[in-house]
Design a protein around this ligand. Structure first.
Ligand SMILES: O=C(O)CCC(=O)C(=O)O
Ligand SMILES: [Fe+2]
Length: 378
């Protein structure tokens, strides 16, 4: 047995700095012997436990006046320490076996739908993570890092030779299509949102009135659309529109906030589209996604650096406030593309960027609440 081997080993001090006088080894020997004699007096389970034995020997060695260095050189303690790891490994192996068996049972139940029903198991899962089964679109969310790690590599021609973000105006759909629409080259269309009333109408209160408590728009948003809380504590749009007006308008001392959501409610879309139109420069054949994205929040906040997996390029209009975009090529293009592009968007401007190819982050700058609306096109 490992425990008894440790106890029967004669303590040895190897270190030259350590006192190796007779008195010292006598003390250590008698300490080990005493442990040996104590065996009959202790319960078997406790005797087996090298952790308890280690503690006892350590305390005795301390009582004999040995320094930590001397104690650490005692062969018998080293042996016990080794057996301590073997002891812990035994526990670990038991825990691992139990865990693997539990996972196997759960998987088997899930596949067979018996003896525990799949629906019951899923309800328990949602209960455990405090989510509503009826409202979730996915059982298990794929973490952003996982998505990034397994994304296909980007074709670096989208960023090669691009040193800055172009600014254009009065661009025709044809010119836009030839140069920007599908090339991955980011661009700001400075008159992109000309004649939109959104710049006067959109506000936190305006959206609050569209997504009022118990409205179908809010219900639909919560059930079928996405919500990004970024760094805030908000769990959904309902909570965003329940915040105090002081915070919404960043009165002194208020906590900053920044959120984004997709609208897939037709009635809300109809109201919003009274105040903006499909951007005039998009190629005639391009189809816009029915889903609009809205990003809103206070200065000093924005979206963290990320890359999207939405398949298509997007446009985003700066309706109110001022926002800085930072674009970075993906790591596989670092050797052929500029490392970092920055551009500031002002109200009325639209940025077009392929967010599936460029890593991007945003930051609201200036004093006003930033509100943006955008969508994808193919
Ligand atoms: O506007 C933002 O803050 C983030 C936008 C974004 O990530 C996107 O449009 O893909
Ligand atoms: Fe994004």
């Amino acid at each position: 047995m490992k425990g008894s081997t440790a106890r029967e080993t004669k303590p040895v001090v190897n270190n030259n700095n350590v006192d190796s006088s007779n008195t010292f080894s006598d003390n250590v020997n008698s300490m080990a012997n005493q442990e040996h004699n104590d065996r009959g007096c202790r319960k078997a389970a406790e005797e087996e436990d090298p952790i308890i034995l280690f503690k006892r020997l350590y305390q005795k060695a301390e009582a004999l006046g040995l320094t930590d260095l001397q104690i650490s050189e005692l062969e018998s303690l080293k042996n016990i320490q080794q057996s301590k790891f073997i002891f812990l490994k035994k526990y670990f192996n038991i825990a691992l076996t139990v865990f693997v068996a539990a996972v196997a049972i759960v998987c088997a139940c899930f596949i067979l739908d018996a003896p525990v029903k799949r629906k019951v198991m899923l309800s328990a899962w949602f209960e455990l993570f405090d989510t509503d089964m009826e409202k979730e679109q996915c059982v298990v969310d794929t973490h952003e890092l996982m998505m990034d790690s397994f994304r296909p590599p980007v074709d670096c021609s989208v960023c090669q030779g691009i040193e800055q973000v172009d600014h254009v105006k009065d661009i025709t759909p044809k010119e836009f299509e030839q140069r920007y629409a599908y090339s991955g080259r980011p661009v700001v269309i400075v008159d992109g949102a000309k004649n939109w009333t959104a710049t006067e109408i959109f506000s936190w209160e305006f959206f609050r009135s569209i997504y009022s408590e118990d409205s179908p728009a809010l219900e639909n948003q919560e059930q079928h659309c996405q919500f990004f809380p970024y760094k805030t504590e908000f769990r959904n749009l309902r909570e965003v529109f329940n915040m105090s007006e002081e915070r919404a308008h960043m009165k002194a001392g208020a906590t900053p906030w920044y959120i984004g959501w997709s609208n897939c409610d037709a009635s809300a879309a109809n109201i919003l589209r009274n105040h903006y139109t499909r951007p005039y420069f998009l190629p005639h054949a391009a189809e816009s996604s029915k889903t609009d994205w809205i990003f809103m929040g206070s200065p000093g906040y924005g979206a963290h650096l990320h890359i999207d997996h939405v398949g298509n390029p997007s446009w985003q209009a700066q309706v109110t406030g001022t926002k800085r975009w930072t674009l970075e090529p993906p790591p596989e293009c670092y050797d052929v593309c500029s490392q970092h592009l920055e551009v500031i968007l002002h109200p009325g401007e639209i940025i077009v960027v392929d967010t599936n190819s460029w890593f991007h982050s945003t930051l609201n700058v200036g004093d006003d609440i930033s509100i943006c609306i955008g969508s994808e096109y193919d």
